[in-house]
Design a protein around this ligand. Structure first.
Ligand code: ACM
Ligand code: ZN
Length: 497
């Protein structure tokens, strides 16, 4: 009876926020799952400027990353099961304070994300960004409750992570002839081998800097997911270590885009990647590791005696099977280290996706729904979540790679279509947007491509589905002063402010 009376009192004191006209939830992005006003039992209005006590309660109330935030005239109580939940409560409180100052309304918020993987990918190979710039990006992500930074550290145009066992990867592979005054052209990439008097462009993260980034991100509940590309996208690695190439492959010419596959016929190539991944695993002790695997063309393997010999020796019926055999060895190594593994969706076609290898779907989402019948999936389909595409009319936008993905289009992406099986539904870890930086030479430009589209991503990732676009649009408008305060660039809404 006592419990029943207490329940009635709680219900009587809790009023949906809309009834009061103001809607505090809209000042928080992503909008919390549930916001209600608490009528003050004493009838007092919340006095402006009154310092409140802050209390924390460990409580399994709201799941892994969830929290409850209760604000009254006297105190603020944050209930949470994990440090991430506590952090997100603070982020919500911070956003409320940006609007209300200390005149906070008496509220109860209950909140938790629908998706575990709320990610952003950044390509630092096409163009390099400093440690300070990456920290700023991580801090902005964390502020809006994104929790995975997929760090695309290696690709044809530059190798960006120091590997002690193979110093030439960064001595040679991190630098190319500076052509930043020209529009991007991958075919014109020149990684010089000898003493080079021309100005070089590039850079890399030392292992100390990587550790610092990992620490910085962990403090903000962001996991950095390092990607080491293989067996394609390996021009920079092959320039540094030409023995990684198939015999007969003239790397400086043939290793450009479309033919930049390492030789998977040689055992030494597998050993090279295992050595690299050992150092990477050490540097990112709590992260899933991404092993690339996309866009592989096989002609150089078919022309290579070592690759042909391996196919014969292992009775591999074609070059697809050769790719699968190579990736299987790499995956086996990481599984032995008990690491979570991620790879682009080609891994599913090679038959290697399973409970330990997450498929990252960049092509049609249908591929992801099939992969989700087998194992974990992250969805970042190019049709919705490639933020390197134009977000306005090409003539009035900075040069981009092509396509057209405005904010409205991003907000039509539904990760869970009807008719998905329960198993597939559970296996969809989350979503992420990808930022390939062919045409983005500065972080200011990266931010322009990211915002406001990232807000659509953030809202879908938090709620598991797109909701009302007009409401999101209004919420974004309310966030623009915050972006300015964070010194974060953005594309003005509707092309204008
Ligand atoms: C990709 O866009 N090639 C993953
Ligand atoms: Zn070969």
């Amino acid at each position: 009876m006592k419990t029943f009376s207490a329940l009635c009192l709680v219900l009587a004191l809790s009023v949906p926020a809309m009834l009061f006209g103001d809607e505090p939830g809209k000042y928080i992005l992503p909008e919390p799952q549930k916001v209600e006003f608490i009528a003050e039992a004493s009838g007092k209005a919340t006095p402006a400027g009154t310092p409140r006590t802050l209390r924390f309660v460990e409580d399994k109330c709201c799941g892994d990353e969830g929290y409850r935030l209760e604000i009254t005239a006297e105190d603020i109580v944050i209930s949470h099961a994990t440090e991430a939940g506590k952090f997100y409560a603070f982020m919500s409180l911070h956003q409320l304070r940006r609007h209300y100052g200390e005149a906070l309304p008496a509220l109860r918020i209950e909140d938790a994300p629908a998706l575990r993987w709320r990610g952003l990918h950044l390509d630092v190979s096409r163009h390099f960004f400093s440690v300070g710039e990456i920290k700023k990006l991580i801090a902005t992500m964390a502020f809006y409750k994104l929790n995975r930074l997929h760090f695309h550290l290696t690709d044809g145009p530059g190798w960006r992570i120091e590997i002690k066992k193979y110093p030439r990867l960064t001595q040679v592979g991190a630098w190319r002839v500076d052509k930043t005054d020209q529009a991007w052209n991958w075919r014109a990439t020149e990684i010089p081998l000898g003493e080079e008097s021309r100005k070089l462009y590039g850079g890399f993260y030392t292992q100390e800097e990587i550790r610092e980034l990992v620490r910085f991100a962990e403090e903000r509940h962001v996991t950095i997911v390092p990607e080491i590309e293989m067996p394609g996208h390996s021009f920079a690695a092959m320039m540094a270590y030409p023995e990684l190439a198939c015999s007969g492959n003239n790397v400086p010419v043939d290793g450009l885009r479309g033919k930049d596959m390492v030789c998977v016929g040689k055992a030494a190539t597998t050993q090279f990647f295992i050595d690299v991944l050992s150092e990477v695993a050490d540097l990112f002790p709590h992260s899933p590791i991404h092993v690339g695997g996309d866009e592989v063309w096989h002609q150089c393997w078919l022309d290579c005696p070592d690759c042909r010999a391996r196919m014969k020796r292992e009775n591999l019926k074609d070059s697809e099977a050769l790719q699968t055999a190579f990736m299987r060895d790499i995956i086996a190594f990481l599984k032995k280290q008990k690491r979570e593994i991620v790879a682009w969706d080609e891994i599913f076609e090679g038959g290697l996706s399973d409970a330990q290898v997450a498929t990252m779907v960049w092509r049609a989402p249908e591929l992801g729904y099939r992969a989700a019948e087998q194992g974990p999936v992250v969805l970042c389909p190019g049709e919705w979540l490639y933020f390197d595409m134009y977000q306005g009319k090409p003539g009035s936008e900075p040069l981009a790679i092509g396509g057209f993905i405005p904010l409205e289009k991003v907000y039509t992406f539904n990760p869970f279509p009807p008719n998905l099986s329960e198993k597939a539904r559970k296996n969809i870890l989350g979503i992420q947007a990808n930022l390939w930086t062919e045409y983005m030479t500065t972080m200011e430009h990266v931010e322009y491509m990211l915002f406001p589209r990232a807000f659509a991503l953030i809202d879908i990732a938090w709620h598991g589905k797109p909701r009302d676009f007009n409401r999101l649009h209004e919420q974004i408008r309310l966030q623009l002063p915050t972006l300015k305060a964070l010194k974060c660039n953005f594309r003005p809404l509707d092309g204008k402010e």
